[in-house]
Structures are given as C-alpha cells and as structure tokens.
Design a protein around this ligand. Structure first.
Ligand SMILES: [Zn+2]
Length: 197
C-alpha cells in the first residue's frame, strides 16, 4: 500500500516543479522585455535621447505637440524668403550636396529654423557625416521636430520638418553615431546659425 501511496506524491511533486520552472521561465522572459522598455524610457528621461524606434513610433502614432505654432500663407512665406529658401523650406526641395554654407562648419552655436527662428539644433550635436549636408545626431528638444514617413522618389524615408511652422528641413536616417544612432540630414538653407547665448 505504501508503494502505491508514494506514486501520486511523486507525480504531484513533479507537477509542482514543472509549474514552478514554467513560471520562472515566463517571468524571466517577461522581465527582460520590461527591462529593455524601462532602460529606453530611462535613457530618454536622462538625456532626452531620441532613437530610431522612437522615430518610427512617432511616425505611426503621431507627433508630440510643439510649444507654439507659426502659420503663414504661401504668399507671406514667399515674401519673407529668398526664392531658393522658399523652394527648399516650403516646397520640400533639396540643396545640392556640398553646396550649403553649414556643411563644413562646426564652431559652437545654435541652428534655428530659417522660417520661424525656432531653435532646432546645437552645434555640439553636429558631426561630419561626409554626405555634403549638415548632419546632427539630436535636436535641441524632441518636440521641435515633426517626423513623417516620406515615400517620394521611390524610397521610404522619414522626412523632418519644423514642428512650429512646418518648414521642410531634410530627412532622418538610422545610421548616425551613438548614443542616438540618428543622422538628421538637414539642408543648410532650412536653418540659420544664431549666437550661442
Ligand atoms: Zn520653423
């Protein structure tokens, strides 16, 4: 009788062990996912670092609101801007590579939107990408840039515009340096360098 009584006990224990191990495995996988999400959130809080995943998420779910808006008619923009600046910022043009005045410049300063003067980029985050366009790894703050998927010219890219006045700035690519891994490829004619205060 003792022999038969032991068997269900052993099966029961085995069952408990299997359930415990399954729970541990489930928790450890779930835990890893959480850790990655938490680390990403922590990074953003710490250094306000925008990442490619964040860019894709914004394209999908919507852009953060700008602190203010500047809206003008097409005729007003045409009056305010040179023909070439107007073509690039308001008609989504692109200046020729290596033609822009800020392509090779790296001295300290702030780059503001050519149309509405909103501060967009800091020279501290400008780097020499060798592409022929001014390149930055981050914007000054996340909500000054508007991200939109751009399917023009047979490519899938992410267009960046000024979140305040909708000026076309350029595109952002996931091949920039750490920590963001982003390369904001910006037309010189879309930005203007102002003194660092
Ligand atoms: Zn602007």
């Amino acid at each position: 009788m003792q022999h038969y009584a032991l068997k269900p006990g052993i099966i029961g224990m085995l069952f408990v062990i299997i359930v415990a191990v399954s729970l541990l495995l489930y928790r450890s996988f779930g835990g890893n996912t959480k850790t990655i999400e938490q680390a990403s959130l922590l990074n953003q809080k710490k250094g306000n670092v925008m990442t490619w995943n964040e860019v894709l998420k914004i394209c999908r779910d919507g852009n953060p609101k700008a602190e203010k808006r500047v809206e003008k008619t097409d005729a007003e923009w045409q009056k305010l801007l040179s023909a070439e600046d107007y073509r690039i910022t308001r008609l989504k043009g692109t200046e020729s590579a290596f033609s822009g005045e800020y392509c090779e410049r790296h001295e300290p300063g702030i780059y503001a939107c050519k149309c509405c003067n909103t501060r967009l980029f800091d020279s501290g985050q400008k780097f020499d990408s060798g592409t022929g366009w001014p390149s930055f790894t981050q914007a000054i703050t996340n909500n000054v840039i508007h991200y939109e998927q751009d399917n023009s010219h047979g490519m899938v890219r992410v267009e960046v515009t000024c979140n305040v006045c909708d000026a076309h700035l350029g595109h952002v690519f996931p091949d920039g340096p750490a920590p963001s891994g982003l390369r904001y490829c910006i037309n010189s004619k879309s930005i203007t360098k102002i003194d660092n205060e």
